[in-house]
Design a protein around this ligand. Structure first.
Ligand code: ZN
Length: 324
């Protein structure tokens, strides 16, 4: 009766949210992938460092072992660029960093996509990070920085779109990750200014699409013709699949993203989901050819549970088995 399980039926939480309460929910959820997502934004490099510290903690590693005992794979998804090429290198290598709209090199976000030395450094750092955060699935999600405008405007990069530049960085990261894990694949995150497919760079073998429709309306289906907001995201999908192909295509949804709904501020608000919308969206994504589907599920841990009781993690997991 149940349709074939998707390769990925996942939820993405902050590492510190992997508490006993969350473990109990995951165990009964039917989900098969747990993504750990250090907080993004301007402090993403520091939150990624905290995750690496946690990975050294035997108690945390024991929790990951329990997650795996539930039949779940553990993956890591995060904005990693500033961690991989730290801003502290700016004074020694200003030309590694991006040029802003005013022609000034800046270590604020990302790097220059045309600087071979910077790309080589990025590759080597990605290899080290993949060694520290090996992915159970072989799928890696080391994203560029979490900003709406982070492209380089130098003379060499000027003719490249933000998506072209992101894909160049992802290729360098992929080469590094494969030094650590030869079977690795790496996502291209279609999100904010990288939502359009690259125009001047073709994805190499090993790159897969991850479509993340941030700020969509999560209470009505993506294909609801009455939703102008959702239509803007919906129309991005065919060109993205045309460029990256359907193989391994992934969705990172926001249905369960209580950090977004709480304005990224604690205390968390009470999460409202629409099961029917989630089911319809999952069915839609399957038909479109996506085989990996996950949602952010941040701000649903102990502090949430104290305020509102159980968050709908199990309800969310059931949405995958109810779709046709
Ligand atoms: Zn540049």
């Amino acid at each position: 009766m149940n349709p074939e399980k998707l390769l990925k039926q996942g939820i993405l939480i902050h590492p510190e949210e992997l508490t006993e309460g969350m473990l109990a929910l995951l165990k009964g959820s039917g989900l098969n992938t747990l993504g750990l997502h250090p907080v993004g934004g301007k402090n993403a490099a520091e939150s990624l460092k905290r995750l690496l510290d946690l990975q050294e903690d035997p108690a945390f590693r024991e929790k990951l072992t329990r997650v795996r005992s539930f039949g779940m794979q553990v993956e890591y998804e995060m904005h990693a660029l500033r961690f991989l090429v730290p801003a502290s290198l700016f004074s020694a290598h200003p030309d590694w960093f991006r040029e802003d709209e005013n022609g000034r090199r800046t270590p604020d976000h990302n790097i220059c996509a045309s600087n071979a030395e910077a790309l080589h450094f990025l590759q080597e750092r990605a290899a080290l990070l993949a060694k520290k955060l090996p992915s159970d699935s072989g799928r890696y999600y080391f994203w560029v920085d979490d900003v709406p405008h982070g492209a380089c405007h130098c003379e060499k990069c000027r003719g490249l779109t933000p998506s072209d530049q992101a894909l160049i960085l992802y290729h360098a990261i992929l080469h590094g990750v494969r030094q650590a894990d030869p079977r690795a694949k790496l996502c291209y995150l279609a999100y904010q200014e990288t939502m359009a497919p690259p125009e001047n760079v073709r994805p190499e073998e090993g790159i897969f699409l991850e479509f993340a429709p941030m700020f969509r309306d999560t209470l009505t289906p993506l294909h609801d013709p009455a939703s102008e907001t959702n239509r803007r995201f919906l129309e991005k999908i065919p060109p993205l699949l045309g460029c990256f192909g359907r193989e391994d295509a992934a969705v990172l949804e926001y249905w369960m993203d209580n950090s977004l709904f709480s304005g990224w501020k604690k205390p968390p608000k009470e999460l409202t989901i629409n099961e029917e919308t989630i089911r319809e969206d999952i069915a839609f994504y399957r038909r479109a050819g996506f085989s990996h589907i996950g949602s952010f599920g941040c701000y649903l841990s102990d502090d949430y549970q104290k305020l509102y009781g159980q968050p709908p993690v199990i309800t969310y997991g059931k949405c995958f088995t109810k779709t046709e």
